[in-house]
Ligand binder design. Structure first.
Ligand SMILES: [Zn+2]
Length: 70
């Protein structure tokens, strides 16, 4: 592997999930379930308004962009 200057690499932006009710970013994950299709559903409760919502996370299993791939 060759060294690459950090200013030459692509940038991706990942937005922090926020409560769909009040917009607050703080939440507690109460449980998580594998959907069997390389996605995972996380069940969350907002710390500010106690609103409940689900977060769907896509988890590439292998190949380019897979989680855990350096
Ligand atoms: Zn909220």
């Amino acid at each position: 592997m060759t060294a690459t200057a950090w200013h030459d690499v692509p940038t991706i932006t990942i937005y922090r999930p926020t409560c769909p009710v009040c917009g607050h970013w703080g939440y507690v994950l109460v449980r998580s379930a594998d959907n069997g299709d390389s996605t995972r559903t996380r069940y969350a409760v907002c710390k500010r308004c106690s609103g409940r919502f689900k977060i769907i996370v896509e988890l590439p299993l292998s190949g380019k962009g897979a989680l855990g791939t350096p």
